[in-house]
Design a protein around this ligand. Sequence first.
Ligand code: ZN
Length: 168
Amino acid sequence: MTARRDRKQYFKEYRAANRERRRVSNIAYQAANADRLRAYKAGWYAANKEHHDRTVAAWREANREQRKEYCRLFHSARRRNKNKDKLTVGIIDLLLLEQNDTCPYCFRELSETGFHIDHYMPLALGGKNVDDNVQLTCPTCNMRKGKKHPMVFLNEVFRSLQGSIACP
Ligand SMILES: [Zn+2]
């Protein structure tokens, strides 16, 4: 009896002392097992659908006002982000003009290669979908750049050019 209580206390203290480490390792675990977790959740939901829906409905009923407030906050945040996260109509024509029809990485003509809209700082690294963060690149460069940080990719480009450009 006492041993069990001691163990409980021990785990409680351990968790409190390692909260940040656990949070980070949880995030890593979830990222590494995203597919499995999704399948597990879907399976759980299928098996407990009625119970889940009943619980949610009861919660909604009991927290009607609070829920209204949540919805309001959620939608206004979404609206705000949408306005912030938006490209100007006609940005492509503008970029073609600004970039002189040229891929900034390989200098090929975009009207010949075709082009992709490239997020200079990738969305995956926190870049935004706004005019200041987009440029046109040829499809090959865009695919090679992928989710890399722009400086990392530029480094690769320079490395591949090494020897072919003379120092000034
Ligand atoms: Zn290119």
